[in-house]
Design a protein. Structure first.
Length: 148
C-alpha cells in the first residue's frame, strides 16, 4: 500500500510539473507596465469592451489591475457620458461586461468623478438607457457612501 501511495504521488508530481510547463490560455499576457500603458490608451466603450474580452478573464481583477479597471471605467463614464449608447449596446450583448463595469464603479476612484456620474445618470440619461442609468446611479451612490 505504501508503494502505491508513493507511486501515485510521483505520478501526480510529474503531471503537475508537465501541466505547469505548458502554455496556459488563462495566464495573463500583460505585464504591469503593458497593462498601465494599454488602459491609458482606451477612450471609448468599444475599445474597452474589446480589451475586456481579450484580457480580463486571464488577467487578475485585484491590486493594481483592479484599481486600473476602476479608474478606466469611472474616467470614461465621467468624461464620455455622451457615448453611453456604446456602453448600453456592449452591456446588452455581454452581461459579464456589464457586471465588470458596475463592479468597477467604486470608492477607489475620484469622488468628483463619482458625483458627476451620479448626476449624469440621474439627469442626463438617454430614454433607451433607463435601466443601465439606474444601475450606474446605484453603483456610484454606493461608492460615494463608502468614501464617507
Amino acid at each position: 500500500m505504501l508503494l502505491r501511495k508513493s507511486t501515485l504521488l510521483m505520478v501526480l508530481s510529474v503531471l503537475a510539473g508537465t501541466a505547469s510547463a505548458r502554455p496556459n490560455a488563462s495566464t495573463c499576457a500583460l505585464s504591469d507596465q503593458h497593462f498601465a500603458t494599454a488602459i491609458n490608451t482606451l477612450r471609448d466603450w468599444i475599445k474597452i469592451h474589446a480589451f475586456y474580452k481579450a484580457h480580463v478573464p486571464p488577467c487578475p481583477e485585484d491590486g493594481m489591475f483592479a484599481e486600473g479597471y476602476s479608474e478606466l471605467v469611472v474616467r470614461t463614464l465621467a468624461t464620455n457620458w455622451s457615448n453611453l449608447a456604446e456602453l448600453r449596446v456592449a452591456t446588452s450583448q455581454d452581461p459579464s461586461f456589464k457586471a465588470f463595469v458596475l463592479r468597477h464603479i467604486d470608492a477607489t476612484t475620484s469622488e468628483a468623478d463619482l458625483r458627476l456620474i451620479r448626476t449624469s445618470a440621474t439627469s442626463k440619461c438617454p430614454k433607451d438607457s433607463g435601466s443601465l442609468c439606474a444601475e450606474i446611479r446605484r453603483a456610484s451612490a454606493t461608492a460615494l457612501r463608502e468614501l464617507k
